[in-house]
Design a protein around this ligand. Structure first.
Ligand SMILES: Cc1cc2nc3c(=O)[nH]c(=O)nc-3n(C[C@H](O)[C@H](O)[C@H](O)COP(=O)(O)OP(=O)(O)OC[C@H]3O[C@@H](n4cnc5c(N)ncnc54)[C@H](O)[C@@H]3O)c2cc1C
Length: 368
């Protein structure tokens, strides 16, 4: 059967965009990516460079100051950045994620105030939804938003909206990418945890707001040059002009932003896989064993020893089952995954083990 490949012709503009992103990513992101991971160091000047190239505003319509790239164009950018450095890709993706809702749900005044310096890369954004008791089940967040009057005093829940001059926030967010480096945070909070998704509101909160501080930094297993930290709100008051959308629209806002963000992350994963494929293919052709390049070794018998994969697969699933905690270096689950990877290499690689097992199986079942 002939294999068919999907071809997707790029426009001249998309081709240029891809070439620009690739050139930038390979020249400026790739060389220091390993060291930044080792040092767990977020590089702000590199982020500013992405701003200078227009990447920090890439997917937004020109009418709101964006570069107006198509989804495909934006995906090409993310792919190239992740191919060089996944941490930079995630940092940029979250920055964009934090702006989507302002573009879609913001008033003219909010767009004017919030987007300009974010789109140029002068300021960095973050998206704050997850809490210690609410990850996949985002409607269960407990960070409270209490309506306040002009004097900052709490209003009764049935007070007329005209009296609401702001909101007082209390609660904790965890796993917030780009924190504490980010300057601007899109924060989700609830007017009443008992009302679930219907009571969630979205707020634009600036770093430096009284009552808003950072907790501990997440100790991550990967993408370590993209910081992530806890946000702590203790009686932090935000003006009513910083509420995005209407009261109760927060959950819808969060989900619509995540739907956009997943496209970026999917494209970044393609870039990461592309990088792994390219590097492995190059290595197999350059590394020689038994008198020939590894790329020339016959692989058909490898299926006989497929079970050797179990440790890696099981450890990977364990990390997945732990969700965000599994991704943290604090639980130790991620260590199993890293250790399993080593076990696929030392004491004979998986491939060598497969050869040995295959030889043994064939010897035992030799005719006669
Ligand atoms: C590197 C990293 C960066 C992050 N950045 C951000 C950020 O910038 N902003 C932010 O708000 N959050 C961020 N998060 C948090 C992330 O969104 C949550 O970790 C994620 O939503 C999972 O939530 P959880 O960790 O609470 O796991 P849980 O929701 O507790 O899930 C635990 C396990 O149960 C499974 N599970 C849960 N519910 C179901 C179900 N209904 N059906 C089947 N399986 C289910 C999950 O798939 C997982 O395997 C980040 C996390 C990581 C690891």
């Amino acid at each position: 059967m002939r294999r068919r490949t999907l071809s997707w012709p790029l426009t001249e503009e998309e081709r240029l965009l891809q070439a620009t992103a690739r050139e930038f990513a390979q020249r400026e992101l790739a060389p220091g990516a390993g060291q930044r991971d080792e040092d767990e160091a977020f590089d702000r000047p590199l982020f500013a460079r992405m701003g200078q190239l227009g990447l920090t505003a890439a997917p937004f319509p020109q009418a709101v100051g964006g570069a107006g790239f198509s989804y495909l164009g934006w995906s090409l950018v993310m792919e190239e950045i992740a191919r060089a450095d996944m941490a930079s890709a995630v940092c940029l993706s979250v920055h964009i994620l934090s702006q989507y809702p302002v573009v879609t749900w913001g008033s003219a005044e909010q767009r004017e105030r919030w987007l300009g310096p974010m789109q140029t890369g002068e300021l960095l954004g973050a998206f704050a939804l997850t809490e210690p008791h609410a990850g996949s089940d985002a409607a269960a967040i407990r960070t409270r938003a209490v309506r306040v009057d002009a004097a900052g005093e709490a209003l009764p829940h049935d007070a007329p909206l005209a009296q609401v001059k702001g909101y007082r926030l209390n609660g904790t967010k965890i796993w917030i990418s780009n924190a504490p480096e980010a300057d601007r945070y899109l924060v989700f909070a609830t007017l009443d945890p008992a009302r679930g998704a219907k009571a969630i509101c979205a707020f634009l909160v600036e770093k430096g707001t009284t009552g808003f501080r950072f907790g501990s930094k997440e100790r991550k297993m990967g993408i370590r040059a993209c910081p992530a930290a806890e946000l702590i709100f203790e009686e932090a008051v935000v003006p009513v002009a910083s509420r995005l959308g209407a009261e109760g629209q927060g959950y819808k806002i969060a989900l619509s932003a995540l739907a956009e963000g997943r496209i970026s992350i999917a494209a970044a994963c393609v870039g990461l896989a592309q990088s792994a494929l390219e590097q492995a293919a190059a290595y197999l052709q350059q590394r020689r064993a038994f008198g020939k390049p590894l790329a020339d070794q016959q692989g058909l018998r490898f299926t006989l020893a497929e079970m050797a994969h179990a440790a890696m697969r099981v450890a990977t699933e364990a990390v997945q089952l732990f969700g965000g905690s599994g991704y943290s270096r604090d639980t130790g689950i991620e260590r199993l995954m890293r250790d399993a990877k080593g076990a696929q290499i030392y004491e004979g690689t998986n491939q060598i083990h497969r050869l040995i097992v295959a030889d043994e199986v064939l010897r035992r079942h030799a005719p006669g």
